[in-house]
Structures are given as structure tokens and as C-alpha cells.
Design a protein around this ligand. Structure first.
Ligand code: 4AD
Length: 465
């Protein structure tokens, strides 16, 4: 490629007075009476556009003064230090080539004015052109890279677990079915049920809700692994925290207990927050200014502070005693609602909090039972401002206890024979968790809604593109 990324120029990595070419899209254009056109050109490589100063001596100056937001251009010129406020470098252009015009600028959906978040969601294919979604995209990328780096440095292997599966990891019945059967002409068994033996996989198959169970098989040989992939839930929750398709980071660690993975979760979050603070200062400054005042300061605080830890049982007592009126009553044995989690993180502990040892009856079959017979070694990490971002547990490694739990929950042991094998052959204590990646990005950017931090959000009733 003969052109340079704008970020390289603005970072000062290119010698002043050298001849450079950039390619990108017009954000704004301003013409002076003196016969100079100022183009703000962005290419997605950093938050700021670069200014190209175009003199009317250019033979296609007429074209330049017809440029509007969204037009694509190639600009060649001399890189100079900028006298303008807030700009470090600019290009004194000696050639501007228009690569693509915007037809009908008056109706261009991404005109330079501010658009509402809802409007941008309706134009998901064009919204990456905005300041805001550009910044989200770079921060999301930075977080993903930092996550991979963190695990790599800690000696974990990245495992790609399957997207199509026959098992419902969470047992919540929120799976999307994958089938090639003809819906108009379904094969039926003698009992009047759909005959999935005729389906593509010879049995019912679904999109995965979590890579955990497969992850456990590899942790039972490779010791430390993680998955980072898409997961799917046909959850009927129309909230700012739920997507039907979201990305999950799931470490699974052999020879580790609940305390070990609570610490791993804390270390991972601190690592990735530090990375964003160091690498995406430009985008974070935008979020702090436009979206959430504390976007930078709360991450800085987070990195310094130890997470709070509380047992579910004690958390219930705190909530009962706090005197706050909640929409949902708090009682031992009932899952905490997001209003409860937020109270604990935001008002009581004023820090991220790890809530541990939940009642067994509200948790999944694979969690390790505690000696009290009533609770399991589960944990959720709840962050101020967003609520639950991580859910995890120590896994039940004892075959007899696991089998009893499968029976109790009415799950078919045959379906889990491969999972049970791990408990038959060299079983070890092991633990893991799942981090909802969009919740993390929504928290870091302050965007608040997971639909605005994934490129093409999938929610109930919405799957365009
Ligand atoms: O608590 P969950 O359901 O845990 C699991 O799936 C475990 N199998 C993970 C493991 O131990 N390996 O989900 C984990 C996280 C939640 O804390 C939340 O951040 C996110 O996944 N999550 C969602 N994010 C967006 N939209 C949804 N519908 C989500 N459901 C869960």
C-alpha cells in the first residue's frame, strides 16, 4: 500500500516535511474566502481526523469544494506541524483524488450532525462511520487483544469450542435449534414427536449457549485453557444487558478452586482496563466527554482497588437490612436481581464485588456442592454501573455427586456420558468462568447498552443484515 494510516501521522511517527498519501472519508469540509479548502479526513485508525489544507491552485479545486461528508478521497501532500488548535499535524495537499462521491448529500444518513443512538442502531451498516461507533470499535478491539495477551502471558491455550452442539450447558432451555428439516413437512415418530434422527446431525442440535463443557474436556488435559467465541441465547429479555448473540470469554483451569478463579477474574479485568487506559486514551477521552463523565476515572480506580468479596448469604442479609425499597423482594434462595447486585456494588461496597456460594437450587447442574449441602461454589462478578459481567464456579469433579445432581434435575446421564468420563478418568478439582464480552465493552465505554457495542446486534425480533 502506498498510503499511510492517519494514526501514524498524528502520533508523530512520520517525519515532518515528507510527502505523504492518506486515504479515507470526508468528515467535514470548510472553505475559506481566501481560496483554501479544509478537509477533515478520517480512516478509522484513530479518533481524530487529519486536516488536509487544499489550495485553489489545484486543477480539480472545483471538485474539492463539492466534497461532502462520507465522500472517499486519496490525498497527497506535505506533512506539516499544524498551527490550528487541537491538531498536531496537517497535510498541505498537492493532489486530491475523489474515489467515491456521496450521491444526494442531503439525504446521506450519516450527515455530520449528531444522531440519536436509536437512529444509529437502525443504520447499523453505516454507523461505524460515526465518531462514537468508531471509538467503540477501537476500544472493543483493544479489549479483545488484551484478553488474548493476558491469557497467553499466563500460559493458557485458546481453544475453539463448537458453535453447534447437542448439549444445553446452562440447562435453561434458551437454545436456538439448528435443523435442515423441511418445516412444512416434518418427519414424525410413532409417538407423534418430531423425528430428529432424520435431521442433519441425526439428533436435535442447537447453537451453543456456552463453551464451558467442551472447555472442561481440554482443561482436563491441558490444565489452563480459554475460549473466546460467539454464544447464543433465545432469551426473551428486552434489556440493555441482553443479546441473543454475544461473545463470551471462558477460562477453565485445572487444579483451581473458587478462590483461584475469583482472583483470576480480578487480575484479568485489571489487566484489560490498564490496556485500554494506555492504548486508547483518545477514544476514552471522547467517552468521558460525551457519554460518561467517569469513563476514565472509574477505570483508574478499578485498577487500584481490591475487589470486595461477599457470600450470597451475607449479601442477602445486607440487602434486607439496608432499608432500601426494591422492586423485587430479597429472600434467601431467590436469585439476586440486577437492582440488588447494583446496590451491593454501587452503594454498599462501592467497588466491584464477587458474590459467592449461591443456593444450589438456583444454579446449574455442574457446580460443585459445598459441604453445607445447600450451596454451591459459584461466583458472580458484579461491577458498579453495569451489574453482572462474569458468572463462574468450581465444577463438580466427584462422579457420584454429579450423577445424583443430574438425576435430581431430570437430566439424562447418557447425554452427558462424555462429560461424566472426565470424572471417571483422572478427575481433578477445576474451575472457570464466563465473561460477557459486550457487557465488558458497554461498561468500559459507558455506552450502557450492549446493542451499541457489537457491530450487528441480534435481539428478539431483530436480525437484519
Ligand atoms: O452466567 P452465565 O450464564 O454463565 C455461563 O454461561 C457459564 N457456563 C460460564 C462459565 O462458567 N464458563 O453467563 C456468563 C456471562 C454473564 O455474566 C454475562 O456477562 C454474559 O455471560 N451473558 C450475556 N451477555 C449478553 N447477553 C446475554 N443474553 C447474556 N447472558 C449472559
Amino acid at each position: 500500500m502506498s498510503h499511510l494510516a492517519i494514526s501514524e501521522l498524528l502520533k508523530g511517527n512520520v517525519a515532518v516535511d515528507s510527502q505523504v498519501t492518506i486515504k479515507g472519508w470526508i468528515r467535514t469540509r470548510r472553505d475559506s474566502k481566501a481560496g483554501i479548502s479544509f478537509l477533515a479526513v478520517h480512516d478509522g485508525s484513530c479518533f481524530d481526523p487529519i486536516q488536509a489544507v487544499v489550495p485553489n491552485s489545484l486543477n480539480n479545486y472545483d471538485e474539492v469544494t463539492s466534497l461532502t461528508a462520507g465522500c472517499s478521497v486519496s490525498v497527497t501532500g506535505v506533512l506539516v506541524q499544524s498551527a490550528g488548535q487541537g491538531q498536531s499535524f496537517e497535510i498541505q495537499a498537492n493532489s486530491v483524488t475523489v474515489l467515491g462521491w456521496v450521491e444526494n448529500p442531503d439525504t446521506y444518513p450519516m450527515s455530520a450532525k449528531r444522531h440519536s443512538i436509536e437512529y444509529l442502531r437502525e443504520h447499523a451498516h453505516l454507523r461505524p462511520r460515526t465518531n462514537m461507533i468508531g471509538a467503540v470499535t477501537r476500544v472493543r478491539n483493544c479489549l479483545a487483544q488484551a484478553i488474548h495477551r493476558f491469557y497467553h502471558e499466563q500460559g493458557f491455550y485458546w481453544i475453539s469450542t463448537p458453535i453447534i452442539t447437542a448439549s444445553d450447558c446452562e440447562g435453561a432451555g434458551e437454545m436456538f435449534r439448528v435443523s435442515t428439516l423441511d418445516m412444512q413437512n416434518l418427519p414424525m415418530t410413532d409417538k407423534g414427536e418430531i423425528d430428529y434422527s432424520e435431521d442433519f446431525f441425526g439428533k436435535e442440535a442447537f447453537l451453543t449457549v456456552s463453551g464451558q463443557l467442551n472447555g472442561e474436556t481440554y482443561a482436563s488435559a491441558m490444565s489452563k485453557i480459554y475460549t473466546f467465541g460467539p454464544t447464543f441465547r433465545a432469551e426473551n429479555s428486552n434489556t440493555s444487558r441482553h443479546l441473543a448473540e454475544f461473545w463470551m470469554v471462558e477460562p477453565e483451569v485445572a487444579f483451581a478452586d473458587l478462590e483461584d478463579i475469583a482472583k483470576l477474574a480480578e487480575n484479568m479485568l485489571k489487566y484489560v482496563f490498564k490496556a485500554v487506559l494506555e492504548e486508547r486514551r483518545d477514544d476514552m477521552a471522547f467517552f468521558a466527554q460525551r457519554i460518561e463523565k467517569t469513563a476514565i476515572s472509574r477505570l483508574e480506580e478499578f485498577v487500584e482497588k481490591d475487589f470486595a468479596q461477599v457470600d450470597y448469604t451475607d449479601a442477602v442479609e445486607i440487602l434486607k437490612a439496608c432499608g432500601k425499597k426494591f422492586e423485587y423482594a430479597v429472600e434467601w434462595g431467590v436469585d439476586l436481581q440486577s437492582e440488588h447486585e447494583r446496590y451491593l456494588a454501587e452503594e454498599h461496597f462501592k467497588a466491584p464485588v464477587v458474590i459467592k456460594n449461591y443456593p444450589r437450587d438456583i444454579k446449574a447442574f455442574y457446580m460443585r456442592q459445598n459441604e453445607d449441602g445447600k450451596t454451591v461454589a459459584a461466583m458472580d462478578v458484579v461491577a458498579p454501573g453495569i451489574g453482572e459481567i462474569i458468572g463462574g464456579s468450581q465444577r463438580e469433579e466427584r462422579l457420584d455427586v454429579l450423577d445424583a445432581r443430574l438425576d435430581e434435575m431430570g437430566l439424562n446421564k447418557e447425554d452427558y456420558s462424555w462429560y461424566r468420563d472426565l470424572r471417571k478418568y483422572g478427575s481433578v478439582p477445576h474451575s472457570g468462568f464466563g465473561l460477557g464480552f459486550e457487557r465488558l465493552v458497554a461498561y468500559v465505554t459507558g455506552m450502557g447498552n450492549v446493542r451499541d457495542v457489537i457491530a450487528f446486534p441480534r435481539t428478539k425480533g431483530s436480525a437484519t443484515y
